[in-house]
Each structure stands twice: as C-alpha cells, then as structure tokens.
Ligand binder design. Sequence first.
Ligand SMILES: O=C(CO)COP(=O)(O)O
Length: 129
Amino acid sequence: MKTHTIALIAHDGRKAEMVGFVKDHYDILKEMNLIATGTTGSYIQQTGLEVTRKLSGPQGGDAQIAAMAAEGLLKGIIFFRDPLGKHAHEPDVQMLLRICDVHNVPLATNPATAKYLLLGIAKEEGIEV
Ligand SMILES: O=C(CO)COP(=O)(O)O
C-alpha cells in the first residue's frame, strides 16, 4: 500500500516543466499517492500516473492542499511557482508556503530541489530508485 502522499502544483508558466519533471521521475512517483491542483493534475494524468485532483489553484486548490499539509497528511509538496507572473490567488499561494514552514513540511519550488525531495522521501520510505 502507498502510505506516502505528495502534492504537485505548477503555475501555468511552469506546467511544461512539471510534466517533464514527472516523466523524468515517473518510477519514484508511481510508488506514491499523488495529489495535485486541478489543471496541474490533468496534465499529470496524461503521463499515465494516477493523481487525485483538487480544485484548480485560483478556485481554492492551493488552500485545500495547505489544509492537508496542516493536518499532517503530506510527506512533501512540489510547487513550481512562476516567479515572473502575477496571480489573483497570490494570498492562497503565500498561505500554502507559510503553512509548510509552520508545520515543517518539505517544499520544493524548483526541479533541482524537487529531485532531492523525492530521493529523500524514497530513501526514508524504502522505495527502490
Ligand atoms: O494556480 C495554481 C497554483 O497556485 C495551480 O492551479 P492549477 O493546477 O489548477 O492550474
């Protein structure tokens, strides 16, 4: 049974990067329960991975994932933010980042860090990589 859940989120300007990252780390990710914001999740599903989709970010998806982090339900979050874009739901984005720090939830905001996050979780959980 998969006991480790991670959340995947990407802003529009970084969705292609997220899909590439997911394809590159398919074998580790398929051993984990995946949660994603709505649109990011539909892209990830196209790679063949199973993912539970929450609401789209602007509709409250970041807030739903933050709630899961606060409840201790997530091993980590990979959130490829667009550092150059402006978002109507920026307060939700900031809230998610803050909740990760409050509850010491591993958070990666770029592929280089996300790789180490996945490798760390895999090692801790005894997943062969
Ligand atoms: O807006 C997002 C994160 O803040 C992502 O939401 P979507 O995956 O629905 O595009």
